[in-house]
Design a protein around this ligand. Structure first.
Ligand SMILES: Nc1ncnc2c1ncn2[C@@H]1O[C@H](COP(=O)(O)OP(=O)(O)O)[C@@H](O)[C@H]1O
Ligand SMILES: [Mg+2]
Length: 184
């Protein structure tokens, strides 16, 4: 449930160090900490672009938004739910979609239409709901005639795998109306 003034993403002073780099910790803050007291708030309806050099921690921050990583300190609240609360993690992952840096690694099915439907199928949604959501995002994002016959990695250029991943993410999250997505 979203209350208008509850941020969808509320990152409060998070610190994170990858486990293998924790050995050089000094005074509780590893010199190799990737995230150092980072704050970020994203409200419903906002579009946020995070820019930075390679290795500056953008993907690490994104992984905190659907509890793929948990902060060493500080808090991540997704629609008010703390990512450290194991009981809330499933709900958080249903709210925050993620498209990884190399979309080719995220292709699941042999044609785009099935690829978009995959996450909904795994979640056990009714077939008619799956059909409706898949049709909605295909019309919105991909020419349906192409989606029904082309392999996700066959489309000219490399962007189609990304668009397929984006469409899958949108279909999984109610066509993206009220949810968050990260492309890393
Ligand atoms: N799985 C990992 N294990 C250890 N270190 C990592 C891992 N992923 C990223 N890093 C390190 O964390 C830092 C931030 O990386 P990353 O979040 O991928 O940056 P960006 O997305 O901005 O390019 C880099 O120094 C990178 O080498
Ligand atoms: Mg990255």
């Amino acid at each position: 449930m979203s209350i208008a003034h509850t941020p969808l993403i509320d990152i409060q002073k998070i610190v994170y160090t990858y486990p293998q780099q924790k050995k050089d910790e000094v005074d509780g803050l590893a010199s190799s900490a990737v995230l150092r007291e980072v704050d970020l708030r994203v409200m419903q309806g906002e579009y946020v672009v995070l820019l930075g050099h390679n290795g500056s921690g953008k993907s690490t921050l994104a992984r905190h938004c659907n509890a793929l990583l948990l902060p060493d300190s500080g808090r991540v609240l997704i629609d008010g739910q703390d990512s450290r609360d194991v009981a809330k993690q499933r709900r958080i992952r249903e709210s925050v979609g993620m498209i990884f840096q190399n979309p080719d690694n995220q292709i699941i099915a042999t044609v785009v239409e099935d690829d978009i439907a995959w996450a909904l199928t795994v979640r056990g949604l009714a077939v008619d709901i799956i059909r409706e959501r898949v049709a909605t995002v295909m019309e919105a994002r991909i020419a349906a005639s192409i989606a029904r016959r082309v392999r996700p990695d066959d489309y000219a250029g490399h962007s189609f795998a990304g668009r397929s991943g984006l469409s899958r993410t949108c279909s999984n999250y109610g066509a993206g109306q009220d949810n968050s997505g990260w492309a890393t």
